[in-house]
Design a protein around this ligand. Sequence first.
Ligand code: SF4
Ligand code: SF4
Ligand code: SF4
Length: 419
Amino acid sequence: MADVYNWQLGRKMSYVFPEAHPQKQFVAIFNINRCIGCQTCTGACKATWTFSKGQEYMWWNNVETKPYGGYPQHWDIKILQMLDEAHQAAGVKAEWDTTQTSDQAPYGVYNGLTLTEAGGANQQALGYIPPDTEWRAPNFYEDTATAYKGDSLGISKEGASLPEHQTWFFYLQRLCNHCTYPACAAACPRKAIYKRQEDGIVLIDQGRCRGYRKCVEQCPYKKSMYRGTTRTSEKCVACYPRVEGNDPLSDGVPMETRCMAVCPGKIRMNGLVEIAADGSWAEDPQHPLYYMIKVEKVALPLYPQFGTEPNIYYIPPRWAPRAYLHQMFGPGVDEAIAHYTAPSRQLLAVLQLFRTTQRMIFRFEIEEGSLVLETEVNGQPWKMYNDTVIGFDAKGREAVRLTVVEPIHERPAERLNSI
Ligand code: SF4
Ligand code: SF4
Ligand code: SF4
């Protein structure tokens, strides 16, 4: 085992391979607050990559309803329970020290065990292989809320209000996290899994894979899946031809992936961030993903305590119980929700860029507009400006330009019945 630095944990941790980093990293942000659970993303991935024989139960992208749903069923509850038992056995508490924050440790320091550290002497990391029954229903418990808290007639006299709804659910959008320290790659005895130098995408070499399913066992997110017809494991390929700029539509510049580009809820933004030689993100505050994750800290990793340094980030839902969200996204939840609820002038403009172009945005600029609203949010004064945000693609060309206030176009009277 080698010592590697995990900035999401604010400390070094052990990993099978020595520290090595790609030049760029595939990253995405999902805004949970906006997801409508339509599964268009799920269908787009299935229609593109997993429509063949043996892939029937293979959903590289899935959207599950929390707290009860999961694909495979109960994947996170099971692994959290295993991690909890390991902590109890070791007499260690899974706590975060949030007094020690810095650029290298934006969420503080995690003093608990990662899955690798909890694995013990006999296995590389905690993990399990889900039985077939748990893969059968990809959207089990869809739209199922927690128990209703109201009067006997099912009518709430108080209604629901922030910061926490008593009865709640939310959608969790999931795909492979293209982790910085992939557990799947660490687990593979054939060394069939690799992380690409040019974009940090994690792929399984189908020629080397022998279907031992160690990746299925060790990926805590359960995003490596076994295909019986080929006897190999498969996983999300991050739509790499699009990321490489080889899609016929892309005009030679990196494009967002299929599941990102189709999202009608406009919850997804996907791109590539520059990685410095030491593995940190090269400072780039005009990059929308860098800005939201590193400057505003409005988007957080999923279960950072697992220790794989996942690269899909989430803007947490405003209405779910904070303790649940802290377990899922770590100690940055309160700051992220506060910044999202009363966004800064710049953040509000950048949030408009979600799903406005298929081309990946590498830089944004803002042109200031007029004041359009003065109000209070959480008892504090808050102002809204009609700024214009402009996104630029990998070649520095303008890819999108839009204003904070959506323009209204009135149909001229002579065209009222033109359909
Ligand atoms: S999410 Fe799982 S399959 Fe994807 S890179 Fe991380 S460990 Fe591997
Ligand atoms: S990035 Fe591409 S391969 Fe991966 S889940 Fe999305 S559509 Fe599927
Ligand atoms: S397409 Fe977008 S809105 Fe629809 S389920 Fe997927 S992430 Fe949510």
